[in-house]
Design a protein around this ligand. Structure first.
Ligand SMILES: [Zn+2]
Length: 236
């Protein structure tokens, strides 16, 4: 006989994100294998563990697929390419007491004492790039559409590309730099439209469609896109 408590003990670790918009509980597995449960606000937290337990086989299988897609040796890249801005760099890893990244034309020189410090420096460089490129771009699309927001922040989320809070804060995933420019624009349109409609109602989608008629194509690109992001850029 199996003790039900043992099953609960054996659950994968997971994080819970409370959603005002979700109607049902959802499970997400990030490229690094982390599990997130999206919990609709009106559903009690006590339902989460049984829900995860029920989907254990699916979680394990998805984690295996992700591990195969993202081998650990990809953690320090040899080249780096931003599809959004059509830029590419060759990377060099050099000894240095203070970890830092120096950009010299098409080369990025990463100075550090070890691999872990090199990766951290590269991630910080990515954060800065994301702020410099994506935030002004979001402002441009906001001006163009006449849809305003209060604040924009860069995040390193692994299961979401962006979000818009009811207080008007738009979160942007730094990994968008790796996506095509039209898809980045679509994500901005998507979040800006939420400043009008905090839901995914037909009225909301009609608004999105007005600004991005081929939005469904971009939704597909984003749905598959997280798998195309280099592993080092997803690690925090
Ligand atoms: Zn949305």
């Amino acid at each position: 006989m199996i003790n039900p408590e043992e099953i609960i003990d054996d659950l994968p670790t997971y994080q819970v994100r409370i959603s005002h918009r979700a109607k049902r509980m959802q499970l997400k597995v990030s490229p690094l294998g982390e599990v997130e449960v999206v919990l609709p606000k009106r559903i009690s937290k006590k339902h989460v563990a049984p829900f995860v337990a029920q989907h254990q086989a699916w979680i394990k299988q998805t984690q295996k697929q992700m591990a195969a897609l993202y081998p650990p040796e990809e953690l320090l890249p040899g080249t780096l390419r931003f599809e959004s801005t059509n830029q590419q760099w060759q990377l060099q890893y050099l000894e240095g007491k203070r970890a830092r990244v120096a950009e010299i034309q098409n080369a990025l020189k990463v100075y550090s004492q070890d691999d872990e410090a090199a990766r951290k420096a590269l991630q910080q460089w990515l954060n800065r790039r994301a702020s410099e490129v994506l935030i002004p771009w979001l402002h441009d699309v906001s001006d163009e559409l006449g849809l305003t927001f209060k604040r924009a922040v860069i995040r390193a989320q692994r299961t979401r590309w962006g979000s818009c809070s009811s207080s008007g804060t738009i979160s942007i995933n730094r990994a968008l730099l790796f996506m095509p420019a039209e898809t980045v624009r679509y994500l901005f349109v998507h979040e800006l439209c939420h400043t009008r409609e905090m839901n995914h109602s037909p009225r909301y989608w009609a608004l999105v469609e007005r600004y991005t008629p081929d939005y469904q194509r971009h939704e597909q690109v984003l749905n598959k896109g997280m798998r195309l992001i280099p592993r080092w850029a997803l690690a925090v």
